[in-house]
Design a protein around this ligand. Structure first.
Ligand SMILES: Cc1cc2nc3c(=O)[nH]c(=O)nc-3n(C[C@H](O)[C@H](O)[C@H](O)COP(=O)(O)O)c2cc1C
Length: 376
């Protein structure tokens, strides 16, 4: 073996994945809106938050389990919904669903998942949340909502931050489309990455598995700009299960969603994939927590790369945390082994961070753990 393929950090996963994946696939996963500055800024803002070590607190027994919608999540982080995960590895969806089942954490099942929503909830043994892109066209939403209900989903995640798909130059440069077309450029790219191409060839190219046949086609880049508060109200009326609204960065929007009767808000910048100039979502989380009060359920994703980041998100006001890219990269880097290594390292880092802060229970983390009093 020329190089160590063990995943000791989420950056290891990214580095190994970069070597293994075709350039087009790596850039689809890793890319962000515009120059990518917004995505980097959020990670830098997270890094800049300082935590205050405390000593001699007898912290040998520690818990990182978190309550989540009346259940106990055995790990304090879940899988944010991602379209076409099987581009990372033909088994990615299956591995993520099994990971969710094993740890009682949610796996987000994207509208444009590469495995059907019915199959995903079965593999995840109920630990799956269906993510719907909210568009102005009620008919397309209704069909998917009916299917999610019939398949036994309790939680619907409405993604509201994609009125139009953000321009992501790293995708555009490779001619990335869904489903992808193999022109000369892609052919060369895939031929240069046989370790990725051969298994994909054997299993057949990933598709948007919730569509096709009687269910029609999905235009990923189609406009959803007609979505408005009335559409949200209608979905709230229709969906009797828990409703999470994902992609919120503004305290006024959060207050309005709270009054509209949603069960939780997921503060997110879509991992920096939508508006390059958006504020750092980790700071928006703090502002939204202040606006909605201490009790209202807030989830967070975007830029989380380590156990320390997880603790910081809880300190900034999250009730649960999700990651996106690191899961795809860990699976691209090492399949089931890579995913298990990522989950273990994030859990260990979170627990070690608690010990450093003199705490025994992640559920007791508050803004007081931050070192800079101005941040509290
Ligand atoms: C490859 C990829 C595909 C994504 N697809 C979706 C999607 O279909 N629906 C959605 O709500 N969010 C989607 N997201 C956004 C993630 O749910 C999440 O907000 C983001 O990845 C979190 O940031 P992180 O990657 O820095 O952890 C996607 C993200 C990536 C990286």
């Amino acid at each position: 073996m020329f190089f160590d393929t063990t995943v000791h950090s989420s950056e290891d996963a990214r580095r190994i994945a970069r070597r293994r994946l075709p350039w087009m696939v790596f850039d689809y996963i890793d890319g962000a809106a515009g120059s990518g500055h917004g995505e980097r800024l959020n990670r830098e803002t997270l890094r800049a938050i300082r935590l205050q070590p405390r000593v001699l607190n007898g912290v040998e027994h520690r818990s990182i389990e978190m309550p989540l919608f009346g259940r106990t999540a055995r790990l304090p982080f879940g899988v944010s919904p991602m379209g076409m995960c099987n581009l990372a590895n033909p088994s990615a969806d299956t591995l993520l669903a099994k990971f969710a089942a094993q740890h009682d954490v949610p796996v987000g099942v994207s509208t444009v998942a590469s495995t059907s929503l019915e199959k995903m909830i079965e593999l995840a043994e109920g630990n799956a949340w269906f993510q719907l892109y909210l568009s102005g066209a009620r008919e397309s939403s209704d069909g998917l909502i009916n299917r999610a209900e019939a398949a036994g989903y309790d939680v619907l995640v409405l993604t509201v931050d994609v009125p139009e798909v953000g321009r992501r130059p790293r995708e555009l440069r490779h001619g990335f489309t869904m489903p992808f077309r193999i022109g000369p450029r892609q052919f060369v790219d895939f031929a240069c990455h046989p370790g990725w191409s051969l298994p994909q060839l054997l299993r057949g190219a990933p598709t948007m598995a919730n569509f096709g046949g009687a269910f029609g086609e999905f235009d990923r880049t189609g406009s959803r700009a007609a979505a408005n508060w009335a559409v949200l109200d209608a979905i709230r009326e229709r969906w009797k299960g828990r409703l999470v609204v994902k992609g919120v960065l503004d305290p006024q929007d959060a207050l309005r969603l709270k009054s509209a009767g949603v069960d939780a808000i997921q503060v997110s910048s879509h991992g920096g994939r939508q508006l390059d100039s958006a504020p750092a979502p980790i700071l928006a989380l703090r502002a939204i927590r202040t606006a909605v009060g201490p009790e209202f359920p807030l989830f967070y994703d975007s830029g989380i790369r380590s156990g320390e980041d997880i603790v910081k998100a809880y300190a900034m006001g999250a009730d649960f945390v999700f990651l996106g890219r690191p899961f795809s990269f860990a699976i691209a880097a090492g399949g089931a082994r890579g995913l298990a290594q990522l989950a273990t390292l994030l859990a260990e880092e979170t627990s070690i961070t608690l010990a450093q802060l003199g705490l025994r229970d992640l559920g007791t983390v508050t803004a007081d753990v931050m070192a800079d009093t101005a941040q509290r």
